[in-house]
Design a protein around this ligand. Structure first.
Ligand code: GDP
Ligand code: ZN
Length: 355
């Protein structure tokens, strides 16, 4: 395969210039497992690891390779020495108390937010996913799978269209194949798609249907509680015949957002448009005074549940912002302390007094 078919373009090529001059080769990470990476190169697939230099200097998630990354490989494809700047990145907050970003995948062009007409169907969760995608920089398409189980498919699509802000909504069946070609046509050659959504909505079945064979293991949904069972946990990019590349993103149990409050306004573009008519520019749409958003809620023009969902997500992001700021301040203080100690060490040994 040519690098272009893996998504290589002029932007990556320009970013790679200085590496090329030093004899490095470009490659794309198509799978990660702990500290080992499978990369695609024009010469084939290679299993690699990071160089010692990268291990020691990588101090943020931005420096460490994730699936989807373009990387600079030492001659001989032995080791990854650097990650090229990402075109898009799909992130969430790490689970647990830590205020840290976890990058799930990079350089994805279109994210398919997959749901089904079962218990998973939840407009509020779709909004959350759409926010995550909008923050990533990728395009979003909503997929409602299992059309074979629906009496009135168009009503399902209409419900989603109300909240999808003009993003395409595809209704299809991975089981029967109905509508699947429309998904394929969304990923042109050289583009990378990704499937996200709860376990059990049929992401692996969609990949297998597009491939025409059972590449990924699929699992039945437990009848008792309707929840999907984990089948695979690794993320992998797979070339799709007659199209570009597709990544299954299994096992995202927790979807804590990572991003700024402005991404809420980007996702809820209807609310953003209403906000243009608020009396105050910095209106937070929480109190009446001249707020066009609240007026729309009052007269029924804006669904109250959607408004509540917007406020909730924005609050979550605002909280995250303060946590991120606190952490940055803490780190600065720690660094200063360390420097201060070093200076004291120097002055005790009779060196120049810095203060
Ligand atoms: P994943 O966890 O999202 O990857 O979901 P799977 O692909 O493992 O599918 C979960 C279950 O849903 C399996 O039992 C599939 O056979 C079933 N399934 C997937 N797609 C469809 C569909 O279009 N229609 C129906 N009726 N079942 C489907
Ligand atoms: Zn307002």
């Amino acid at each position: 395969m040519q690098l272009e078919e893996f998504g290589w373009n002029q932007v990556f090529s320009a970013a790679f210039d200085s590496y090329r001059q030093r004899g490095f080769s470009p490659g794309r990470v198509c799978r990660c497992h702990r500290e080992s990476f499978l990369v695609w190169t024009p010469e084939g697939e290679f299993d690699t690891e990071a160089t010692g230099r990268l291990r020691y200097t990588a101090d943020s998630p931005d420096d460490w390779p994730v699936v989807g990354d373009w990387v600079a490989l030492l001659p001989g494809y032995a080791l990854i020495d650097a990650v090229l700047p990402r075109h898009t990145k799909l992130s969430r907050k790490q689970s647990g108390a830590a205020t840290e970003e976890q990058i799930l995948a990079s350089n994805v062009d279109v994210v398919f937010v997959v749901t089904d007409p079962g218990r998973d169907f939840n407009l509020r969760r779709i909004e959350r996913y759409l926010l995550m995608v909008s923050e990533s920089g990728a395009q979003a398409v909503v997929v409602i799978n299992k059309v074979d189980l629906m009496d009135d498919p168009s009503s399902w699509a209409a419900k989603v269209a109300e909240i999808s802000g003009g993003r395409p909504v595809l209704v299809l069946s991975a089981r029967t194949g109905a509508g699947v070609e429309r998904l394929r046509s969304q990923i042109s050659s050289g583009k990378t798609g990704a499937l996200i959504g709860s376990s059990g909505v049929g992401k692996s079945t969609i990949v297998n249907r597009l491939l025409g064979y059972e590449r990924l293991p699929t699992r039945g949904v437990r009848d008792s509680d309707g929840r999907g069972v984990h089948t695979t946990t690794h993320r992998e990019i797979i070339p799709i015949p007659g199209a570009g590349l597709l990544m299954d993103m299994p096992g995202l149990r927790e979807l804590q957002l990572w991003g700024g409050t402005e991404s809420a306004d980007g996702t809820f573009s209807d609310i953003g448009a209403l906000a243009d008519n608020c009396r105050f520019r910095d209106c937070l749409h929480g109190v009446e005074a001249g707020c066009a958003v609240l007026a729309a809620v009052a007269d029924g023009g804006l669904d109250r549940r959607r408004y509540d969902s917007y406020l909730k997500l924005r609050k979550e992001l605002a909280y995250l912002e303060t946590k991120v700021d606190e952490r940055a301040a803490l780190e600065t203080r720690r660094k200063q302390k360390r420097l201060h100690k070093q200076y004291r060490g120097i002055s005790k040994r009779g060196g120049a007094k810095p203060f």
